[in-house]
Design a protein around this ligand. Sequence first.
Ligand code: HSE
Length: 317
Amino acid sequence: MVTTAPQADGAIRTVVVTVPATSANLGPGFDTLGLALSVYDTLTASSFPDDRLEIAVSGSGAAEIPRDASNLVVRAIAHVYADVDRPLPGLRIHADNGVPHGRGLGSSGAAVTAGILIAKGLLAGDVELDDDALLRLATELEGHPDNVAPALFGGLTIAWTAARGPQHKKLLVHRGVAPLVFVPGFTMSTSLARSLQPPHVSREDAVFNVSRSALLIAALTQSPELLLDATDDRLHQGYRGPAMPETLRLVQALRAEGCAAVVSGAGPSVLVLADGPGARQRAVDLADAVTDTPWDAHMLAVDVLGGTVRERAEGST
Ligand code: HSE
């Protein structure tokens, strides 16, 4: 440990973590592609030389998030400490959540990532965790790497699992890409969404998604004008649509008008990858015209930094 003298409140160390929202899949890149977006959870966590567990939550999901050891942030911290064979310290955590909960914008991936980064910060000087270890630990809890990779590293990420564990490649998005997210008032369960997909798909559909995923990397990094074709999908959105008909209707209505709209993650939010601010405003206007469902439209930027952790020194905020 770098900090040896206890803080005035008895804490051993205090860290501040920020983690961005993420949108996974991006249409064809099921369980593979993800994009970090400029909405954030911010957590302050202190370690203590006892077994306390104090959790306070404000912002999105505050009413439902557990305040005990079942809390996902705490489970992620505990997962890291167990992995590196260190005893879990007492913890005091305050989470201020900007990432909408249960809306397909990576709230669970953000909680897992926050816990992993809190543990990294609290363990710094004793145990050092590299990027591969962070992604492995986060993926072990989340089940698939496509949200936690951009939450950890920012930008556009390609994530895959190799024999040596989950891997990622971060890419910078073309500055002409203007993300827009439509968030509804209702939620969608990721496990329900996953259960609606068949175990096998046709070769034709597999080839369809392989071609669109490859094209999507070119569209997002070099050629935003290709985004409409590049965001088409046959692996998940159609199967999941009946569980979120308003979402599918908005995606189809926007695509029919030339907007590159997709289901964000497992839904129910809709992500539009517009090729410029004008096209993005047009998508907002179109959505107003084609649906009665109230959608909150958020014009966002791509987050290029990913999750951050810093130690909070005594007396600072
Ligand atoms: N790739 C995941 C899915 C993202 O669509 O099920 C949601 O966690």
